[in-house]
Ligand binder design. Structure first.
Ligand code: ADP
Ligand code: MG
Length: 400
């Protein structure tokens, strides 16, 4: 039964985290929680432009998830340890609970900033101190949002120690705020939103302006959503993402709009002589990508996979040529996938400059697609078959 495989996977993460918990802190962790990373089908670099996105999460069956186990403790001092390799940074960090006069600030190790940010922006009081262990099956920095899954897992953990009002959208927003203030990444809302609100058997069409989500069924057993990790990460200066965001804000300001969500291709055309060519390109990508995402959601509802696939490839080409966030490795992975009979579409997913592609294909084409990509790609790709599942959940009671 497929379910057995899933339990073993989350179970293995859980067992590893519990073992480290016992070694590091003694005793058994009271609480265990899980939050998925994000697989974006289409709608890239549109969320921070108040646009549309169409992601899903892969949790229970084929897990790409972060697991946290832990317990509350007396006093003010919190300890948290990650088992996941994160650069050469120390794996364990201790910090005091924030107070009004001494909030939690950024520091080293860098990974702990995601955790501290969530503690700082948690929406209920009084939080007890805690000790906890983190582990994850989401590749770090691979475009599947290990960062959001860490934030949402952390928030879900804190909910068990000190319940908040249960408002899921507010939870996603608090996690996004943590990434802004403590990790200093000016991300949109997509990743945290879908990590919290993901729905089994569905992708979510999220309107990042109204924060409304429409579930789009995605359960066809003849369809596979395959992630291919290029296993390359081009470390640029780290300024690429904020600079794209700034270019979009500039474009919106020149067009007289509060965001590019409110702009049309015609608005852009009318303002052509007031925009430099790069700003024009960035805005063109965003405006067209929002429209493509709306069309893709309609295509998915109708089961029009060819049409959906075509939009995915258009999205990739636009990210490559107009938004300039792809890289040769991602381009090869997409090109290779598109050469296989039974593949509907393929594109880079996530912020870009390395990381993963997402490919929509007929289930019976999966093996030959993987084989063909392996032959065509000179690096060492890893593959994940994903299935849309629910957002963060509590694994409770902790299994023995
Ligand atoms: P992505 O979200 O696409 O995986 P990011 O650069 O946004 O890439 O986030 C990756 C960072 O998140 C890591 O470098 C690390 O600081 C932090 N992180 C995510 N998951 C973990 C984890 N399990 N343990 C420690 N740090 C983590
Ligand atoms: Mg991230």
């Amino acid at each position: 039964m497929a379910g057995d495989e899933s339990v073993a996977d989350v179970g293995a993460l859980l067992a590893a985290a519990r073992r480290v918990y016992e070694q590091s802190y003694g005793g058994e962790a009271q609480v265990a929680v899980c939050a998925p990373g994000r697989v974006n089908l289409i709608g890239e670099h549109t969320d921070y432009n108040q646009g549309l996105v169409l992601p899903m999460v892969s949790g229970k069956l084929l897990p790409l998830v972060t697991v946290i186990v832990g317990s509350s403790t007396s006093g003010h001092s919190c300890s948290i340890e990650t088992i996941t390799e994160s650069a050469d940074e120390p794996r364990r960090v201790d910090f005091d609970l924030p107070t009004e006069s001494s909030p939690l600030t950024r520091g080293q190790p860098a990974w702990a900033n995601y955790v501290k940010g969530v503690v700082q922006h948690y929406r209920a009081q009084p939080l007890p101190a805690f000790k906890a262990v983190i582990t994850s099956s989401v590749p770090l920095g691979g475009g599947l949002s290990s960062s959001a899954s860490l934030e949402v897992a952390m928030y879900t953990f804190l909910q068990q120690l000190c319940p908040d009002d249960g408002d899921k959208v507010a939870k996603a927003v608090a996690c996004q705020k943590a990434e802004h203030t403590h990790a200093k990444v000016p991300c949109g809302i997509m990743d945290q939103f879908v990590s919290v609100l993901g729905k089994e058997g569905h992708a979510l069409l999220i309107d990042c302006r109204s924060l409304e989500a429409t579930p789009v069924p995605l359960t066809d057993p003849n369809l596979v959503i395959l992630i291919t990790n290029s296993n390359v990460r081009h470390s640029l200066t780290g300024s690429e993402y904020p600079s794209r965001r700034k270019q979009c804000e500039n474009a919106a300001a020149i067009l007289g709009k509060s965001s590019l969500r409110d702009a049309t291709v015609q608005d852009l055309e009318n303002a052509k002589d007031r925009l430099d060519s790069v700003t024009y390109q960035r805005a063109q990508h965003v405006i067209e990508e929002i429209e493509r995402t709306a069309q893709a959601a309609e295509a998915l509802k109708k089961g029009a996979y060819q049409e959906f696939g075509k939009l995915m490839v258009e999205s990739h080409n636009s990210l490559r040529d107009l938004y300039e966030v792809s890289c040769p490795e991602l381009d090869v992975l997409v090109a290779a996938a598109m050469e296989v009979d039974g593949v509907f579409g393929s594109r880079m997913t996530g912020g870009g400059f390395g990381g993963c592609t997402v490919t929509l294909l007929q289930a019976d084409a999966t093996d030959r697609t993987i084989k063909h990509i392996q032959e065509r790609y000179s690096g060492h790709p890893t593959f994940y078959r994903t299935t849309p599942s629910e957002g963060a959940w509590v694994i409770s009671p902790v299994e023995n």
